[in-house]
Design a protein around this ligand. Structure first.
Ligand SMILES: [Zn+2]
Length: 136
């Protein structure tokens, strides 16, 4: 059950919702991109990637199966995350494509676990959501 929940936390764009500040916060916790829209910020509901027509039509699970991959919207998002948060969605998707989702989730767990307390490190502020320690 727990692993299934983790899989659902990987968004179509390759974002790991489990490390997002909206998911990690106590108040108005976001259920993740694949979760229900209630209580989510408008920017997330209107996400260009999640609501992408090609994506909806193909009923794709991840953007890498799309004929337009990587599209302009995804590249734009990816560049923003690479620049601001040192994380690449396209890299994540390439990894999932090659190694499978299970391996990706395993790696993500190692990558974003706080070495001090075992809490989850937030991608947006680089700090542990549990003890607050800044990631190196
Ligand atoms: Zn910690």
């Amino acid at each position: 059950m727990e692993s299934l929940k983790k899989v659902l936390l990987i968004a179509p764009c390759g974002m790991n919702c489990g490390i997002c500040r909206a998911y990690l916060r106590e108040k108005n916790k976001c259920p993740g991109c694949r979760g229900p829209d209630t209580g989510k910020a408008v920017t997330r509901i209107r996400c260009k990637i999640k609501t992408c027509e090609v994506f909806q039509k193909e009923k794709a699970k991840f953007c890498f199966t799309c004929k337009n991959f990587p599209c302009k919207n995804l590249k734009h998002l990816d560049l923003r995350y690479q620049t601001k948060y040192n994380m690449s969605m396209i890299e994540n998707l390439e990894f999932i494509k090659t190694n499978g989702l299970k391996k990706f989730v395993e790696n993500e767990k190692i990558r974003w676990t706080c070495p001090e307390c075992g809490g989850i490190i937030c991608v947006h502020n680089g700090c542990c959501s549990n003890c607050g320690k800044k990631r190196m």
